[in-house]
Write a protein that binds this ligand. Structure first.
Ligand SMILES: [Zn+2]
Length: 201
């Protein structure tokens, strides 16, 4: 690496999803400024510590693949949750969105992505083996809560076909999720309703 440290920081920040070149530069300057201000704790140091601790301590839940710092996540270790219903979602942000909608008492399975041939994401890149491994006698319903876009629909179809032989009830979120809609950005009331009115798939 021959770049100066400021360029290097901007380059690294620019590798994060949703951060363009200009935002990356703005963030880099901000971190430098905030770390040299008077009477202020070093943002750079706090950020670096948080990053390292997070990466060292965070792991995937042994059951649902949610992010956690324990062997099992908060949802899976909660005895009041209904383990017979599994809501299949693309990412951890979707789990947060559904939890915030307040009405769901089942458990989850986080795929960590959606099928996207264009981006080279195939079935082996999703946490599908882990899902199939959970399908014992206890599980009665799979709710397909992938996004309402092309990749999400393709993923829902694939998962449906995969779990069909287990004789489960398979449902998909009701309409109301806007076409092309990413679950994490849908408002809580709409998401709650879509979950309540889920239909057979
Ligand atoms: Zn879990």
């Amino acid at each position: 690496m021959s770049q100066d440290p400021i360029t290097r920081l901007a380059l690294e920040l620019g590798r994060l999803p949703g951060i363009g070149e200009r935002s990356a530069q703005r963030l880099a300057y901000y971190v430098i400024k905030a770390s040299h201000g008077t009477g202020r704790k070093s943002l750079a140091h706090d950020l670096a510590t948080a990053l390292v601790e997070c990466v060292e301590q965070a792991r995937f839940c042994g059951t649902c693949q949610n992010l956690t710092t324990s062997a099992l996540c908060g949802v899976c270790s909660d005895s009041r949750r209904d383990k017979t219903v599994i809501c299949v979602i693309e990412g951890v942000a979707d789990l947060r969105a559904i939890e915030a909608s307040g009405g769901y008492r089942g458990v989850y399975h986080v795929l960590h992505g959606s099928l996207s041939p264009l981006e080279g994401v195939g079935p082996d890149d999703l946490r599908l083996r882990e899902l199939v491994a959970r399908l014992g006698d206890e599980v009665k319903e799979i709710i397909l809560a992938t996004n309402a876009d092309v990749e999400g629909d393709a993923t829902a179809l694939y998962v449906a076909r995969l779990v069909r032989p287990y004789g489960l009830k398979v449902t998909r979120l009701a309409s109301g999720i806007p076409m092309g809609g990413e679950l994490e950005y849908v408002d809580q009331a709409t998401l709650g309703r879509a979950l309540e009115n889920r239909r057979d798939f």
